[in-house]
Design a binder for this molecule. Sequence first.
Ligand SMILES: [Zn+2]
Length: 257
Amino acid sequence: MTRVRAFASRVSAALVLACGGFAPAVAAAAHAPGASVAGVPVLMYHRIAPDTPGDAVGRSLTIDPKTFDAQLSWLDAHGIRTLTMDDLVAQLRRGEHPRRAVVLTFDDGYVDAATYATPLLRKHHARASFYVSAGFVGLERHAGWRQLRAMRAAGMEIGCHGTRHLDLATLDRAGLEAEIGHCAQTLARYLARPTTYAYAAGKWGPEAIAVLREHRFDAALTERPGLVRDLGEPFALPRRRVDRDDGIGAFAGIATP
Ligand SMILES: [Zn+2]
């Protein structure tokens, strides 16, 4: 912003404050529920890799690094900044509603999170949240603890995606403890205590939420459509899936409110 424009915006801000009745209306609108509150898109990725898996599901979950690079360039060009999920939760808790922001999330902790996604994110000074299943860390095709530590040191959030990637809606209390509690404890031991969770297969139930609260999680992500506007339902936050075949126009549509 030039000095003249900065001055002009200070003057207009002062004028708005000086107009009795006007400023409170603006302030009220900023905090009203619904459409007047900025919504933040939370995007869901799985793999960023140049290979093309033969099976249809694997294929649809794998995005070419060039495509991802172009998506990050598009965000840069449009002044849209990337937040991690724990950042967004902290801002919403403070009553802030970030505008021109997006959260990029990656499920399953594949090794390409470290070898392709993170280097591209760093190139664009972007951040993201990676959801790993603690029992799969270091196993074939999955990132190891050393890689996850380096990602965290680069500003990425590492959150929980269960211990064995099980559907939480099918588990009893002991199963939920093993799936949620053990994941939280393992990440706390090897990285840092996780505060956000992404449901495997997008499934959960009321008991799962109780166990998440016991383990001091602040929020959990589903695969429900929509934007994150507030923390009214912190354990049922929506996400938008990024598909392999999305062109930049489709990406622009899901990366903006
Ligand atoms: Zn998953």
